[in-house]
Design a protein around this ligand. Structure first.
Ligand code: SF4
Ligand code: SF4
Length: 178
């Protein structure tokens, strides 16, 4: 595969982090709860970025499967921020029009970011409804959703947040695209 020498630097600039502290100890891969669903484990993703493997990384399933739980960061001896790396790579994949293997995750990602942009936080019921409608899975998980409502895990109405205009400014300045 082609080596893209600008890739590593672009990721570093966009994330504001360096990833070359990684010494491939595999602790992150060992502790990741979703590693079995990834095509490359978190350690491999860090390594592929270092090796300038733009096409392989941006087309990977792993960057979409990561749930941002930070288990890897807490186990990393060098505190390498893998979820931040995954976030950066997801945004780059969308911007560069990469064919994403996990279409439903992308749809959820866009719906989630759109909620944050519009409301400043997540309105869970609205997020679930919009995602379910857009993915044609309205009745899937209906019972679970009703249980969440019954137990008041979901609020019926969205809550206002303070400083919404500040959040929108940050969004614009960061060029956050849903
Ligand atoms: S735990 Fe940290 S140092 Fe170890 S492989 Fe993962 S990112 Fe690299
Ligand atoms: S943040 Fe992502 S890569 Fe790290 S442990 Fe969680 S799911 Fe795995």
């Amino acid at each position: 595969m082609r080596v893209d020498s600008s890739f590593k630097e672009e990721v570093r600039k966009r994330s504001g982090q360096r990833f070359d502290a990684c010494f491939q100890c595999l602790s992150c891969a060992g502790g990741c709860p979703v590693v079995e669903d990834m095509d490359y484990n978190p350690t491999q993703i860090v390594r592929l970025v270092e090796f300038g493997q733009r096409e392989r990384v941006l087309a990977s399933k792993a960057i979409w499967v990561c749930v941002g739980c930070h288990a890897c960061v807490s186990q990393c001896p060098n505190r390498v921020n893998v979820p931040l790396l995954m976030d950066t790579l997801r945004q780059m994949a969308l911007e560069q029009g990469v064919e994403v293997p996990e279409k439903r995750i992308v749809l959820f990602h866009r719906t989630f970011l759109d909620q944050v942009r519009r409301r400043g936080r997540i309105y869970e019921l609205g997020l679930a409804a919009r995602y379910k409608l857009a993915s044609w899975t309205l009745f899937q998980d209906l019972i679970a959703g009703l249980k969440f409502l019954w137990k008041r895990k979901f609020k019926f109405l969205p809550e206002a947040v303070k400083g919404l205009s500040d959040i929108r400014t940050i969004w614009r300045e960061g060029d956050g695209k849903a």
